[in-house]
Design a protein around this ligand. Structure first.
Ligand code: ADP
Ligand code: MG
Ligand code: MG
Length: 925
């Protein structure tokens, strides 16, 4: 009989994890349960290699959050007792008591999800300050100014977070309680004629607190709570509630974070950075998150608390010389202001990097000369920094090769391929303004001043730059929609900078010369006035911007870390990377990105674009020809153009394999449409325009995508195939005779049956012999193969493999015919399919593994069952998509072929695929 497991009573489940005093219940790898912040606080406090000075506290688990929401906002039984126990421990370590009128303990109540959601959720500081405890704390610290400063901060945060937001109150007239209170503060400072909060006296803060409380009563209709317990539990509930706040929910949508995860709550004894001039608070990165340079980089504020640094109220000072910028170089660096603390911080920096083996983003507070660590997490970085750090950490032996490759995402790598402003154009452009370089690269766009505008302009297909005083979490969607972000306030750790860096977006912050006039929708900067809709160009790497639209160029070419990184990728990947190139110029570009061959050379491209008039005219003669004789004559005229084009491309690829596809598109695409061209063609063919129009009309098809195209042309008109094959072999042998290594691969498109391929193979062999005889050589080495792009070809791949040396999956057509979705008409319905989640992705972008992937896998297996050495690759659009590349690796393809600009991405994706796809174990016999 099966035993049913007894479920342990919920009351005995562990909901609360303590940390402090060199010990911790939790660990860094417990992020799911403790959230990122809680897990890392535990690690910093308790791990034997760290034991950093972390103010003691405890974490309430994410399970409680889930419980809270599934049980009508109630807590599980037993939680209260566990919290009380944990609080007693903290009191013991701190030698203070929560709510004690003589010696009160104050705590912060902080959110912390599994994955960091910067600024999306709430935190309340100084919890536990009441009319009673104020007196005690003043006596204890002898610093009434500090106590009242802390008190007015508590009132502001608490009323905003707990009494308004968490209570679900929609502020009337759009003005929340926080802005009411800030209004009071502003007016108060004006009356006193002081600029900074720091200039306010104890009495001022005391008066402010009273004014605040009265305002809260007036606006929210409730008293500010005056017992520590009420404050604590109010704050805890508010943090949990903030998980389902509007901002957090919309951030989760963008970042695809599941709603079920929930947040943990961290309750931690306060470290006070606002006790005077030997107190401070700051944030830092163990390496520069913008460039990747191995330098300590950060900012701090003297006599301030927590969020002041990020909020951008005062300009933070640099922690060291390295972190100085035009904006803050007049401020005292921490390294000099408090050498001891700085040294200690440097030491912690080193130990944290050793321990986590990655760049960390840290928060610290100095209370009267004593350093406390308040947070650490793996720091966000842009692509430039990600690549450099990964490569340098390998050299420093912090990480191994495999980790190097996992440290950079394909979208981060893509950032390096993103444009920068053409240096020549930039050199001669006049700088409009300067700020801090928060997100690298260049971008141009039209100015908008609100997130709503950014989103609505973006939807209209416009390219916008969001210009704001500063951004806050409510702006994320507008920031997303913008090409770049420009703010007039805030530092390198301000909200705008953090978010832009995470997304790899071009961004400049703290450009203090900008004055924004929202009512007029314009900005003024150094004497210039720019209106909404005007174009500007940002250089986010240097922090400068310009009027108008400057030309852009590629960034990666001169970056040594980029090159080294890709070499490391190459040493791990199994897939070869080829490119789809149609011109010698494309081929050369792709070579420079590291392409190892051409997987798709479309001959018809010579009939489009610049310089195509003559060959196109000849091709038209071929198409319009009435009989074989006329056609052969026209083909003869066309031949030299085709041969030259092929020869140039083979030469540019310098010995690498080149897959040449025979003419593919439906013929009518090439029929002239305007009168003048019709007349010219008629004249040259010595027929009337009417006759020409009649012949052209005969080529019209109802469904050209499934019409007379690809191999079908070569079946009807074998002479068309003959001409192309001859061009390929002659081009090859002439180059070989010049001493070059040439290996052409002849590829027949759109086949559905092995007999089509046999028919074309006969022609190929016949022409091969003719050319060999003509050039007096025994043979010209080559491959003969086919595209697999019609489902029937995939289904009969074993038959086809008898005749083919290689398969190349044309996944665009295979997807089109596999789904029965017309590629050209998909815009009409695909968005609905995605929105209604009928399809997870656009199957033309990301290979549909379940359906189309099954066809591919079957074709590979069937093909190889007949011919073990069958070469297999992909040449559809999917060859440049990381997830599709992983699939190609998995089914054992030999190579992927993608557009030149995706080659670098493909090199990375192919290396990551090796690590992500478990190797097949050989069956034991
Ligand atoms: P976020 O996730 O938005 O950064 P945090 O929970 O880290 O929110 O807190 C906001 C600010 O308050 C941070 O600057 C943090 O360092 C500060 N802070 C939080 N807890 C404490 C504490 N116990 N003592 C001093 N400062 C704190
Ligand atoms: Mg934080
Ligand atoms: Mg095709």
């Amino acid at each position: 009989m099966a035993k049913t497991k007894k479920t342990t009573g919920t009351s005995r489940r562990k909901y609360v994890y303590s940390f402090g005093g060199g010990k911790a219940d939790g660990r860094a790898d417990m992020k799911d349960l403790l959230g990122g912040k809680g897990a890392n606080l535990a690690e910093m406090a308790g791990h034997k290699d760290l034991r950093l000075p972390v103010p003691p506290g405890f974490t309430i688990t994410t399970e409680v959050c889930t419980y809270y929401f599934t049980n009508c906002r109630k807590y599980p039984p037993g939680l209260k007792e566990q919290v009380d126990d944990a609080l007693r421990k903290v009191e013991g370590l701190m030698d203070k008591k929560f709510g004690d009128p003589q010696n009160p303990l104050l705590v912060s109540v902080r959110s912390g999800a599994r994955k960091s959601m910067p600024g999306m959720m709430e935190t309340v500081l100084n919890v536990g300050l009441t009319e009673k405890t104020i007196t005690g704390l003043i006596q204890k610290t002898n610093n009434p100014r500090f106590v009242y400063d802390a008190y007015r901060r508590l009132i502001t945060m608490y009323s905003d977070v707990v009494m308004e937001k968490a209570a679900g109150l929609e502020p009337k007239d759009g003005k929340g309680i926080r802005s009411h209170l800030e209004g009071i503060l502003h007016q108060f400072k004006n009356e006193k004629k002081v600029k900074e909060d720091a200039d306010l006296s104890t009495e001022d803060f005391k008066k402010l607190s009273a004014l605040y409380k009265a305002k809260i009563k007036e606006v929210l209709g409730k008293e500010f709570p005056d017992t520590p317990e009420e404050q604590l539990w109010g704050a805890v509930s508010a943090v949990f509630s903030s998980w389902n706040g509007k901002r957090a929910v919309s951030y989760r949508r963008i970042e695809r974070i599941p709603d079920e995860w929930g947040t943990a709550v961290n309750v931690q004894s306060m470290a006070f950075g606002n006790m005077g001039n030997n107190s401070s608070t700051g944030v830092a990165f163990t390496r520069n998150p913008g460039s990747g340079e191995n330098q300590f980089y950060g900012e701090y504020l003297i006599n301030a608390q927590g969020e002041d640094v990020v909020a951008g109220i005062r300009t933070p000072a640099p922690i060291n010389k390295y972190s100085q910028s035009d904006h803050n170089k007049h401020l005292p660096i921490l390294e000099e202001h408090d050498r001891g603390v700085y040294r200690q911080l440097e030491d912690i920096r080193r130990r944290l990097e050793r321990h986590y083996r990655d760049m960390q983003d840290i928060e610290f507070t100095v209370e009267e000369g004593k350093l406390f660590m308040l947070q650490c997490r793996t720091g966000k970085r842009n692509g430039l920094a990600a690549v450099r750090m990964a490569v340098e950490m390998l050299k420093e032996k912090l990480i191994g090769k495999e980790e190097v490759i996992q440290r950079v995402t394909s979208s981060q790598l893509e950032e390096l391929l993103h444009p920068i402003i053409d240096p020549k154009a930039e050199h001669s452009a006049k700088i409009l303004g300067k700020g801090l370089p928060a997100g690298p690269g260049g971008a141009s766009g039209q100015i908008v001043f609100t997130s709503e505008e950014a989103v609505s302009w973006y939807k209209k297909g416009k390219q916008v730059i969001l210009v704001r005083e500063e951004t806050n979490p409510e702006d994320v969607e507008g920031m997303r929609a913008s090409k770049a972000i420009l703010t007039s306030r805030g530092g390198m750790t301000s909200h705008a900078a953090l978010v832009a860096r995470g997304w790899g977006k071009c961004c400049i912050v703290g450009c203090s010369d900008i004055e924004i006039d929202l009512s007029q929708k314009l900005l003024q900067v150094n004497g210039a006035t720019l209106k909404e809709g005007e174009w500007i160009t940002l250089n986010g790497t240097k922090g400068r911007f310009y009027a108008g639209r400057l030309p852009m160029i590629d960034a990666a070419e001169e970056n040594p870390w980029f090159k080294e990184f890709l070499k490391i990728c190459d040493s791990l990947r199994r897939l070869r990377i080829r490119t789809n190139a149609d011109t010698p110029a494309d081929a050369a570009k792709a070579r420079s990105f590291g392409a190892e061959g051409i997987g798709l050379f479309r001959t018809e491209h010579m009939f489009y674009g610049k310089g195509s008039e003559e060959p196109l005219f000849k091709l038209r003669k071929v198409i319009i020809a009435r009989n074989e004789e006329e056609r052969k004559k026209a083909l003869k005229e066309l031949f030299p153009y085709v041969k030259k084009d092929i020869k140039d491309t083979l030469e540019a690829m310098d010995g690498c394999p080149v897959t040449i596809r025979l003419l593919d598109p439906p013929l009518h695409e090439f029929v002239p449409h305007n009168q003048e061209q019709l007349e010219e063609l008629a004249q040259s063919l010595k027929i009337s325009v009417e006759e020409l129009e009649k012949r052209a009309a005969a080529l019209k098809e109802t469904n050209p995508m499934m019409g007379h195209r690809g191999v079908r042309l070569g079946i009807t008109y074998p002479e068309v195939t003959e001409m192309q094959i001859r061009a390929i072999f002659e081009a090859a042998i002439e180059l070989i005779k010049e001493g070059q290594k040439i290996f052409p691969e002849i590829m027949i498109p759109v086949i559905c049956s092995v007999d089509e391929l046999k028919h074309q193979e006969e022609i190929t062999q016949r022409i091969h012999k003719e050319v060999c005889d003509q050039y007096h050589v025994p043979k010209i080495a080559h491959f003969f193969g086919t595209m697999i792009e019609v489902p029937r070809a995939a289904l009969t791949a074993d038959e086809i493999a008898h005749v083919a040396d290689f398969f190349s999956f044309g996944t665009n057509d295979l997807t089109q015919m596999g789904f029965g979705f017309s590629r050209d008409d998909i815009g009409g319905f695909l968005p609905d399919y995605l929105e209604k989640r009928i399809l997870p992705d656009d199957p033309f972008q990301t290979l549909d593994r379940i359906g189309i992937g099954q066809l591919i896998k079957m074709a590979v297996d069937k093909g190889r069952s007949v011919k073990k050495a069958l070469k297999v690759g992909i040449c559809g659009e999917h060859g440049g998509d990381p997830s599709s590349i992983e699939f190609c690796h998995k089914v054992g393809m030999d190579y992927v072929s993608c557009s030149p600009y995706r080659v670098a991405i493909a090199r990375l994706a192919a290396a990551q695929a090796v690590l992500n796809v478990p190797r097949k174990r050989k069956k034991r016999t």
